[in-house]
Design a protein around this ligand. Structure first.
Ligand code: C6P
Length: 415
């Protein structure tokens, strides 16, 4: 996300985008809502809400099961959503697009279905120091099951993970490298294309946790050359409860199903079951059909704005917010990588992040405070928690002003 796109501020009308999100018009504690917690879960535009509503009102039935009209309509919408996702991340085919409950489930699927049958005692799984718990714990579980070892490539004091450090931690025992595309706690963008190369050079596969990347930048899984890419719909203006695992077809073919049930089979007898083709082999049971419809509508929405324009807008906000926050007395920015996405983590001397969050909430400003499910990151920076403001396509410069104003209030309170 280094490339600063040439665009005048007027080309992106954040006020108009803001108006597409009905929830942003509400008040909290008698103040206009200023929503700066999009990295936790973004809000949904009216078009996504309407698409889900239309599906529920007119088309709902179970998929892949009925010859009746509604089942065919639901199946058609569900499979069209898969095709929409395929195009969004440039997966090789829809066989490579598995619907899951979210990033967490996608990573667990790979840990249990790809890694568990392959790992031998002493094999290594390489993570990085800035991972979300969703990209740590599934690997610890499979390590305990197989005798493999989990390692982590370090980051520097800015929160940068270098390819050199990743490469230095890969050896002939490394079977899997798993890293975030964008850190949720620091905003750091990782050089995943280069990491894929060093992993592949040593015969390891790469899983990328793309939860914080897909809403903010063009992700092309073919160009990144990663083996698995995981993300969640609810961070990209879609519904909760649905996400995606994109996997290389060759690897997915070799992997056993990880859950059994309806839809993932071709034939079942008490003696033997044969499994369905990709991607259905990994989709046991009735899927989240309305979620898929909403996700497709969210992709339509993102593409109607233009991902590059969203990115440029968020980068302008990030620059402006970083400049203004750096000027707040006693404020420490946590995560100062040169290549960052729309996340700012910080602490303020003498104010616990949770107190800060509460004071800001009273002002209508929603930020996230805590360890952000990245406890190793907190430990590295020697803080129990941080305050985190995160931006999205609908964030306006006036929202940053409201944040700065509320921070000044908090400093007065804690005088
Ligand atoms: N981060 C945050 O506030 P799920 O819950 O499966 O949709 O996503 C998990 C996840 C995995 N990886 C990264 C990098 C993430 O940021 C998240 C979710 C939220 O930062 C909630 S902890």
């Amino acid at each position: 996300m280094n490339a600063k796109l040439e665009m005048t501020p007027n080309e992106y009308d954040a006020e108009r985008v803001w108006r597409d999100f009905p929830i942003l018009r509400r008040e909290v504690h008698g103040r206009p809502l200023v929503y700066l917690d999009s990295a936790a879960s973004s809000q949904r535009p009216a078009s996504v809400i309407a698409a889900v509503d239309r599906y529920e009102t007119f088309h709902h039935a179970n998929v892949h099961r009925g010859v009746h009209q509604l089942s065919q309509e639901a199946t058609d919408l569900f499979e069209r959503a898969r095709a929409r996702v395929r195009g969004y991340v440039n997966a090789g085919s829809t066989r490579e697009v598995v619907f899951t409950r979210g990033t967490t489930e996608s990573i667990n699927l790979v840990a249990q279905s790809y890694a568990r049958p392959r790992l031998q005692p002493g094999d290594e799984i390489l993570l990085t120091a800035l991972e979300h718990h969703a990209n740590i714990v599934p690997w610890q579980l499979v390590a305990a099951q197989t005798g493999a070892v989990v390692k982590a490539a370090p980051m520097d004091r800015r929160g940068v993970v270098s390819v050199t450090d990743v490469a230095a931690h890969i050896n002939e025992r490394t079977k899997i490298v798993a890293c975030a595309h964008v850190s949720n706690a620091l905003g750091t963008v990782l050089p995943v294309r280069e990491i894929a190369q060093v992993a592949h050079d040593r015969g390891a596969v790469l899983l990328v946790d793309g939860a914080q990347a897909v809403p903010h930048q063009r992700v092309d899984v073919a160009a990144l050359d990663c083996d698995f890419y995981a993300f969640s719909s609810h961070k990209m203006y879609g519904p909760t409860g649905i996400g995606v695992l994109v996997g290389r077809e060759r690897l997915l073919e070799e992997m056993p199903p990880w859950q059994g049930g309806g839809d993932m089979i071709l034939t079942v007898s008490f003696e033997k079951t044969t499994f369905n083709t990709l991607p259905y082999k990994f989709e046991a049971g009735t899927p989240n059909i309305s979620g898929a419809v909403g996700l497709a509508a969210a992709i339509d929405y993102i593409e109607s704005l233009g991902l590059q324009k969203i990115h440029a807008h968020e980068q302008r906000l990030l620059e402006s917010a970083t400049r203004q926050l750096a000027a707040v007395p006693g404020l420490d920015l946590i995560g100062t990588a040169p290549d960052k996405a729309a996340v700012i983590s910080f602490t303020i001397d003498g104010i616990h992040p949770h107190d800060l969050g509460t004071i800001l909430d009273a002002e209508g400003v929603a930020i996230r405070t805590g360890h952000h499910c990245a406890m190793p990151v907190m430990e590295f920076f020697g803080v129990p928690a941080t305050a985190r403001a995160s931006f999205a396509c609908y964030t306006r410069e006036s929202d940053i002003d409201a944040l700065v104003h509320a921070l000044a209030k908090a400093r007065e309170v804690f005088g």
